[in-house]
Ligand binder design. Structure first.
Ligand SMILES: *Cc1c(COP(=O)(O)O)cnc(C)c1O
Length: 346
């Protein structure tokens, strides 16, 4: 097979012709001076979509998350999140480095937390204890195989945080996948979160960019922190225009990615070298390799067939569907999964 089918991540998409045209037409200015019309439009559009006051366009989701954590904590505070959380595992120790806060890790099934799990981990005021000041949720949960929170699950967590005086931040790198899967409305999110981070460069298919949402005061503080982190960008409107185009054209089609992931799940459920699959809810498929087979070997064999995916542990493999994966490619993936005959190791 000559064409590579790249299922390593939904970050590998390239801008479409329509997106590139929208980028070329962007009206831009120096955004550090607050003069980029396209950046303002994107920030305002997302803020109003999610029922929040203001937005801040940043280079990455790592930056929007880390800025939010810095806005919502003081040194010596503690952040509560699931042990699989991106903010803890994949942001390079940024919570310790930028915010000088400790982390309390919970163990939610597929990364999904409940108020019952969180409440006993909130410290009472006592000089021995770090001050619990922030809860971070992830929707969808990357390491959970794209598992989703519904708003019904988020509301009681918000209530608990409110009573206990903790802030609540959402790592919504794939929030649109969650919205499409659950049928929840974006506009209802604002009332529950102090901060929401949204990636445009995942399933939405923009080349660069994430937006942090919050109230005016938070975003003013966040703008200062972004500058200090080195994330103030000049004619960023070209990138914001790609994000705007993605919001207008690439949201409802996420259902196709979810459908494709389901089709991969169905194929994997038929083969002897797969022991289990995390139930597919969105665009991520995580599966466990059966005893006697090696995940790295399966990935290698698929690679030889032109299908790229990654191991996520010694026995687990991840495939992610996205904008650049066509139905024909999915048919090819399914045929290859079914006809792959890996040799069992003793
Ligand atoms: C990708 C991702 C981010 C942000 O990653 P960047 O590469 O820094 O944009 C944050 N959280 C989750 C769950 C992600 O998958």
């Amino acid at each position: 097979m000559s064409v590579k089918i790249d299922l390593r991540s939904d970050t590998v998409t390239k801008p479409t012709a329509g997106m590139l045209a929208a980028m070329m037409e962007a009206s831009v200015g120096d955004d550090v001076f607050g003069e980029d019309q396209s950046v303002h439009e994107l920030e305002n559009k997302l803020a109003s979509m999610f029922g929040m006051q203001a937005g801040l366009f940043c280079p990455s989701g790592t930056m929007t998350n880390q800025i939010a954590i810095k806005c919502f904590t003081q040194p010596m505070d503690e952040v509560i999140c699931d042990q699989t959380a991106h903010v803890y595992r994949y942001e390079g120790g940024g919570i310790a480095y930028h915010s000088q806060a400790s982390v309390r890790l919970l163990n939610g099934p597929r990364g999904i937390l409940t108020p019952e799990m969180i409440e006993p981990e909130i410290n009472e005021p006592n000089i021995h204890y770090p001050n619990s000041s922030l809860v971070v949720l992830e929707n969808t949960v990357n390491k959970g195989g794209g598992s989703c929170y519904t708003l019904g699950q988020i509301e009681p967590i918000h209530t608990l945080c409110n009573i206990k005086g903790l802030k609540l931040h959402l790592d919504g790198a794939r929030i649109f996948n969650a919205l499409v899967a659950t049928g929840d409305h974006a506009a209802a999110y604002g009332q529950y979160f102090d901060g929401i981070s949204i990636c445009l460069s995942k399933g939405l298919g923009a080349p660069v960019g994430s937006v942090l949402l919050g109230n005016k005061e938070t975003i003013q503080k966040a703008r200062k922190i972004r500058k200090v982190f080195g994330g103030g960008m000049r004619q960023a409107g070209f990138l914001a225009a790609a994000g705007m185009y993605a919001l207008e054209n690439h949201v409802s089609r996420l259902a196709i990615d979810h459908h494709h992931a389901k089709a991969i799940e169905a194929a994997l459920s038929q083969v002897n070298y797969v022991a289990g699959i995390l139930p597919v809810e969105t665009n991520i498929v995580v599966f466990e390799i059966a005893e006697g087979f090696k995940a790295s070997h399966i990935v290698h064999l698929l690679h030889e067939k032109g299908i790229l995916c990654n191991t996520t542990g010694p026995n687990t493999v991840r495939m992610v569907t996205h904008l650049d994966i066509s139905p024909e490619m999915i048919d090819g993936v399914i045929q290859n999964i079914i006809h792959l005959h890996p040799i069992a190791h003793k």
